[in-house]
Design a protein. Sequence first.
Length: 317
Amino acid sequence: MALGLGLLALALVVALWVPVARVLVAMYQTDQSLSHAPLVLIIGVAHVWMRRNDLGSWTPGSVGALSAALGMGALHVISVWTDVEFVKSASLIVMAWALFWYVRGWQAAKATAGAFGFLFFMIPWPTTVVERLAFPLQLNSSAYAAMLAGIAGCPVVRNGVHLAVVPDPSAPPIYSILVARQCSGLTSLLVLLTLGYLIAYHTPAKAGWRGLILATVIPIALLANAVRLTLILLAGANHGAAFAKWVHDNEAPVLVFFCSLLLIGIRQAILAWTERGQGTGDEAVEVGPEPRGTDSPRDFASVLDRTDDQAIPTLVG
């Protein structure tokens, strides 16, 4: 019975995923911000396999799981009618998890919830969210890049998202860049959020500390993009446009690597802090004075000291 339910659920999920997967694959091939998405699917499936010993026994038939699966199925139908790509994929991820819950039971669903949640990073963000985030990221990255370049001794003039290196105010700029949406740092933010989720998932701490790791991704991504733009400006000002283009095309993986090391360092700091808090949280046992009337070794020692100093009366017959 359980095997039949599992095969039926698998067939249903595959049938619904096929048309959505075709659209996602086309996006992966054209959108550089989703170049990490295929790895997300592989890592998510691998994490489900890693938790196979925590799935427990087969306890199918939960009404809550079936209700969640049906609700996500209805939401998927609505998203297909309204052509909302994000909801199409998101509803199928939750539906697959709910069907897994229905087939294997709550213990298995709880053990794999983190792995299924990781799959959300393989689907594109809603267009409205991207449009609202991209331009503020462009402005902030431009401002911080101009500041960092100025600190490094490079005379940069900023006009919105346009940065120009102007050593001589009376002469034209020797190099300039336009911070477009592709350079806003949104791609780095998506990649670092994926890495941050993965690092938080493997952090044995409370949910609040894990959320803190994810929250630090936003300023780290903004700083990384500002550093990236600063290096491009310095390269263009000192070595020409050709070298600046080479830096532009090759520095992103290096910065993502150093940002991932920073996230790992934050994880280690959180673990050290929580372990120290647990170590100092033990209550100290206060040793008070011994109650009177107890026959302790200290009492016997004090009696012997007093008897040595006093004469003991002796009866003479």
